[in-house]
Design a protein around this ligand. Sequence first.
Ligand code: NDP
Ligand code: 13P
Length: 338
Amino acid sequence: MKQKIAVLGAGSWGSILANVLVENGHDVKLYTNSEPQAQELNEKHTNEHYIHDFTYPEALVATTDMRDAVKDAAAVLFVVPTNVTRLVAKQLAEVLRDINTRPLVIHASKGLELGSHKRISEVIAEEIPADLRSGLVVLSGPSHAEEVAKKDITLITAASDDIENAKTVQNLFMNNYLRIYTNTDIVGVEMGAAFKNIIAIGAGALHGLGYGDDAKAALMTRGLAEISRLGIAFGADPLTFIGLSGVGDLIVTCTSVHSRNWRAGNQLGQGKGLQEVIDNMGMVIEGVNTCKAAYELAEQKNIEMPITEAIYHVLYDGKDIKDEIALLMEREGKAELD
Ligand SMILES: NC(=O)C1=CN([C@@H]2O[C@H](COP(=O)(O)OP(=O)(O)OC[C@H]3O[C@@H](n4cnc5c(N)ncnc54)[C@H](OP(=O)(O)O)[C@@H]3O)[C@@H](O)[C@H]2O)C=CC1
Ligand SMILES: O=C(CO)COP(=O)(O)O
């Protein structure tokens, strides 16, 4: 059934998910806070800064008016960087208080809020109380906008406490190139999604430094061990970490040249400074902030996360990557399953 859906955030992932929804027959309004970007999308049907050489359907309408985007929408999809989620959620709550619409709120971002260490669904739930929405769903998994734009095959997860809401999202997004699975473990899905970005920075750095496949497999495997350790301490289902939003997303982000986190790590490995890397990317590198949040959480919970700690020291203390790798290798021998 055709639904009106608002997408908040017109970067690479937001604009391509909006494109999927239009292709699935929905009536989509894409909200951006940039007038020139809305104009480019509506007149040229391109979004060149974020997705090169791609033409969006004419039916996709971009707007800078959040109220216009959200009014009468059955669902609102957040796809903004984690660090602005609270701000945009506050803006949405204000709009919803003013109108009768009570949409299903979905988010597709991957990170933890700096300072509070909260998951994105927690931030949204705080700012948009239950009486202003009809449910909350997380959409996450191994997916690069560049590949979904080409209709390459992609499988991701819709997670919600309420399985019926997860199924609603499954039906909205699923088609012959994008397959959606449901899950009720929001904590595991959001934590897997957030923490894999940290490990992807490490994988890129190994590549930039010229390390081989053994080192990359080691980083991913031991990275998954520490991601799971932290997630389980917050109540995640261990099985979620061997699913799409766990090992699936870890693999794609640690091996794909599309990944902004991998590319950032690769440039760090080649000797560039962090600020230069951030300035040149022009898109969000979520793993940088999430690394700080995970490092602090691990300290608070007294959880061993040596790879995250090493990456934190490189990003925030200006430590040399090779010295950090040497320290990791000099650690005392461990049992694999501890
Ligand atoms: N790219 C991908 O393939 C995937 C990304 N994700 C996740 O999706 C989220 C978004 O990523 P992605 O699309 O890549 O990021 P981008 O950097 O490509 O786009 C983010 C967009 O949000 C906009 N934005 C920033 N602040 C605001 C605001 N206050 N109000 C409205 N819009 C705002 C940005 O505008 P401006 O640039 O002008 O600041 C930009 O257009 C991240 O959490 C990421 O991890 C998840 C899966 C796949
Ligand atoms: O989440 C993603 C892949 O699933 C996108 O990763 P990047 O943000 O590193 O591009």
